[in-house]
Design a protein around this ligand. Structure first.
Ligand code: DCT
Ligand code: MG
Length: 509
């Protein structure tokens, strides 16, 4: 059954109107000093006004709460020029000729452009002599969506510049909740919805904006509508307050704890990590022990400076054994992210023998052990029996030799000095993944380990549904021709698939 149809049959619950925490805006930098906006509440409503004010402020506009002499632009919705003028007169403020009276469509275009756009005749609210009190709805324009948006993330360019955080954050909470409840179809549906919004070059302001956008099923549309109207989603609020969600979120934040363990602990009545840690009857895996031991460090994200410092450590160690090895930082950092939960590296060497390759990681481990830099490691020779890693689902597993580690990174090795650290501790525990792949598979491994997860899911789905090919981290197989397609670079893989090349920083789907 289509999960969204099921959900759609229950009507959307309306909560009493109130402002969400996210509407209490933090101070924003003003980028456009010459403009002072005031948004008219009349006929627009409090919540929509608050939403637009917050959005405009986030985009660098100065927006006043109250009407004052300093206001240069008044923005109204569904009001004629005369109506705005009439309202102004009641406020005892005379409209000077400098004061612009504008329809909300102008503001929406500004939001989309991220800067003030030119005011055209269509935006300007005119005051006509014969303009009676009868409403003259201003021009309502739909956003010019230039190109049709693909339902596959591998056909969209998704940078880190997400203009729809309010919506994608909400979707990600809901997706995560479905993941915790092992409802895969709902999980995927919300991940896809979040992903498509991340690729939009504009902020969604009205329901018109999502017309024709794929991957937005009814349930997702309802969430968008509620956020536009009320500033928040009641469903998200319920999830965030849900005990099971909160517990799973907490438990899975421990390295080595997945859904099964979380479920078990939750059923046993545990709600805090301290209770779990101190319980004498519970047995922990080696991974979980490390997870608890370095918990504070591991939950605080890895910065780029820390990732670079780890990169230096990795290169020093690998090049000591395989001087010709190519070492690439993959994962989120390759996509341009400033923080990550770990640092991923792909290692490949054109000149090494199979034996040298096989021995590489254990040699590196011994070296780091000697240097007392190794806090935890799990060397995976073959992934088949080790498919139980918490954060890695079956879809991402490959057969390459790899090592999941926790390294001790001394603060002095980090360029920008130490970040917020515990007193007296001179190092930070960092999660590192090392993957060694045979040279001929490097392009596929690089593509697979760069992510994002949604991008990987979609490029594989695209390959199989649209091209009758099988893509994984090792190969691309053409089922029609029954041959493996060789590739020396990611560009060649995209070309085999008939896709425009998408740069790593455009894969933040
Ligand atoms: N990967 C994948 N499917 C998974 C897990 C991982 O395709 N189930 C790929 C995509 C990214 C890469 O492996 C590294 O994985 P993570 O480190 O988990 O992701 P990330 O994008 O680097 O995110 P983070 O910044 O949190 O480390
Ligand atoms: Mg990563």
């Amino acid at each position: 059954m289509d999960p969204f149809q099921m959900a759609h049959s229950s009507p959307r619950k309306k909560r009493p109107r109130q402002m969400s925490a996210s509407m209490v805006s933090p101070p924003h930098d003003i980028k456009f000093q010459d403009l002072v906006l005031f948004i008219l509440e009349k006929k627009m409503g409090t919540t929509r006004r608050a939403f637009l004010m917050e959005l405009a402020r986030r985009k660098g506009f100065r927006v006043e709460n109250e009407l004052s002499e300093s206001v240069t632009h008044i923005v109204a919705e569904n009001n004629s020029g005369s109506e705005v003028l009439e309202w102004l007169q009641v406020q005892n403020i005379k409209a000077s000729s400098q004061l612009e009276l504008l329809d909300v469509s102008w503001l929406i275009e500004c939001m989309r452009a991220g800067k003030p756009v030119e005011m055209t005749e269509e935006h300007q609210l005119v005051v006509r002599r014969d303009d009676s009190a009868s409403p003259d709805p201003g021009p309502q324009k739909t956003p010019p969506l230039v190109k049709k948006i693909s339902p596959y993330a591998c056909q969209r360019r998704t940078t880190l510049n997400n203009c729809n955080h309010v919506f994608t954050d909400a979707f990600e909470v809901l997706a995560e909740n479905y993941e915790f409840r092992e409802n895969e179809s709902f999980y995927l549906a919300f991940m896809r919805a979040a992903s498509v919004l991340k690729s939009l070059p504009f902020t969604i302001i009205s329901m018109k904006d999502i017309e024709g956008i794929p991957c937005l099923e009814d349930k997702a549309r309802c969430v968008i509508e509620e956020i536009i109207e009320d500033g928040e989603s009641s469903e998200v609020k319920t999830v965030l307050n849900d005990e099971r969600y909160q517990s799973f979120k907490l438990f899975t934040s421990v390295f080595g704890v997945g859904l099964k363990t979380s479920e078990k602990w939750f059923r046993m009545g545990f709600r805090t990590l301290s209770k779990i840690r101190s319980d004498k009857t519970l047995k922990f895996t080696k991974m979980q022990k490390a997870g608890f031991l370095y918990y504070e460090d591991l939950v605080s994200c890895v910065t780029r400076a820390e990732a670079e410092a780890v990169g230096v450590l990795v290169k020093e160690a690998i090049w000591a054994f395989l001087p010709d090895a190519f070492i690439t930082m993959t994962g989120g950092f390759r996509r341009g992210k400033k923080i990550g939960h770990d640092v991923d590296f792909l290692i490949t060497s054109p000149g090494s023998t199979e034996e040298e390759e096989q021995e590489l990681l254990s040699k590196v481990i011994k070296l780091w052990e000697r240097k007392e830099l190794l806090l935890y490691y799990d060397l995976v020779e073959s992934t088949f029996e080790k498919a139980k890693l918490p954060s890695r689902q079956v879809d991402a597993l490959d057969h390459f030799q790899k090592c999941f580690l926790i390294l001790k990174l001394h603060h002095q090795r980090v360029e920008s000095g130490k970040s917020s650290q515990q007193e007296g501790k001179t190092w930070k525990a960092i999660r590192v993944d090392l993957v060694v792949c045979p040279y001929e598979h490097r392009a596929f491994a690089l593509l697979g380990w760069t992510g994002s997860r949604q991008f990987e899911r979609d490029i594989r789905r695209y390959a199989s549904h649209e091209r009758k090919m099988i893509l994984d981290n090792h190969n691309l197989y053409d089922k029609t021709k029954r041959i493996f397609l060789k590739a020396e670079s990611e560009e060649e893989i995209f070309a085999h698939l008939g896709l425009d090349y998408i740069e790593p920083w455009e894969r933040n789907a």
